[in-house]
Design a protein around this ligand. Structure first.
Ligand code: AMP
Ligand code: TRP
Length: 334
């Protein structure tokens, strides 16, 4: 039996992924590539919906790809590519835009939230059509599953609707994908505000553990992490959100159970515990950071790896696009 195909994408909007991204998404990508025909892309075209300095976008796209590889997304096992290197994404997006209702696109909650915050005049049309480009990313590859966080469920529903609509209106071209909502291996909260999810949109990065932080910076963030009243190292999300978050992080990265950690630290103070968590985190993240920097440093080799990915992606995508064009009555060249 042939392997099921998965496809997912991640935006290069920051210099570094954080611990939540790793445990909440990328670690699962790494697992899925083993048993699936996996396509993963850095969605740089989606990142254009937020105005970014061109040099910075370029840097972030390469850093994102390098971090994925350093975290275990293996270009030999999966197809890793940069979205803008596959022109069919834009080409299919236009076709799908022509079968999407204006109201339908306007009902996307992510669009509503973002445009509401900015106001209509400062909201670009790209933000409005963003989910349709995402549908194109997915449908081009005839994906079976799309591993994403809960917040993306509505976009995958739209993708399914558009795929089905095209199939019944014109021709059965698309496989209809299912969302594979990934539950985080651990819910990671902000070190400074342990009642809120660790997020790249936090007002301060002091509580966000970034993969590209230096060991010193990581240790500093853990040393100044917010803890709770009392002095016992005990998991209790309600009464001790700070200590519970540190226990979660420690357990997710060391593989030790929370119970074992509680026993190990029985009678010890918060200070010792914070330092030990920092050490565990540095031990996991520092090699990843070093490998990322080495990959980015050898730009030619990194680009070569990504080119192998985009060549494979272009082949699959072009085949689907040719079927779509032919079904629509667009005349093939030649
Ligand atoms: P984002 O682009 O910030 O929405 O995050 C990309 C992926 O990382 C999503 O699939 C989220 O489910 C996951 N993620 C982000 N933050 C966290 C967190 N604090 N804990 C667990 N998973 C997270
Ligand atoms: N919108 C997704 C996010 O913000 C990123 C994305 C773009 C994506 N294209 C995709 C995810 C295709 C899965 C499949 O997380």
């Amino acid at each position: 039996m042939s392997k099921k195909r998965v496809l997912s994408g991640i935006q290069p909007t920051h210099d570094s992924f954080h611990l939540g991204n790793y445990l909440g998404a990328i670690k699962q990508w790494v697992e899925l590539q083993k048993e699936h025909d996996a396509f993963y892309c850095v969605v740089d075209l989606h990142a254009l919906t937020v105005e970014t300095d061109p040099k910075l976008l370029e840097q972030r796209t390469l850093l994102s790809a390098a971090q994925l590889i350093a975290l275990g997304v293996d270009p030999k096992l999966c197809t890793l590519f940069i979205q803008s290197q596959v022109p069919a994404h834009n080409q299919l997006a236009w076709v799908l835009e022509c079968i999407t209702g204006f109201g339908e696109a306007g009902r996307m909650t992510q669009f509503k939230d973002k445009s509401h915050k900015k106001g209509a005049d400062r909201t670009n049309v790209g933000l409005f059509t963003y989910p349709i480009l995402q549908a194109a990313d997915i449908l081009l590859y005839q994906a079976d599953f799309v591993p994403v966080g809960e917040d993306q469920r509505q976009h995958i529903e739209l993708t399914r609707d558009l795929g089905q609509r095209f199939n019944s209106k014109y021709k059965e071209v698309f496989n209809i994908p299912a969302a594979k909502i990934i539950k985080s291996l651990a819910k990671i909260n902000d070190l400074q505000d342990p009642n809120s999810k660790m997020s790249k949109s936090a007002t301060s990065m002091a509580g966000v553990v970034e993969l590209m932080d230096t060991p010193d910076a990581t240790i500093k963030k853990f040393k100044s992490s917010v803890t709770d009243a009392g002095k016992e190292i005990k998991f209790d999300e309600k009464e001790k959100p700070g200590i519970s978050n540190l226990l979660t992080i420690n357990s997710a990265l060391s593989g030790k159970s929370i119970k074992d950690l509680e026993n190990e630290f029985a009678g010890k103070g918060y200070g010792d515990f914070k330092l030990q968590v920092a050490e565990v985190v540095v031990e996991v993240l520092n090699p990843i950071r070093t490998r990322t920097l080495a990959l980015v440093d050898d730009r030619a080799e990194l680009l070569r790896m990504l080119k192998v990915g985009s060549e494979k992606a272009n082949q699959v995508a072009d085949k689907t696009l040719a079927d779509v064009y032919s079904a629509l009555g667009l005349i093939a060249n030649g």
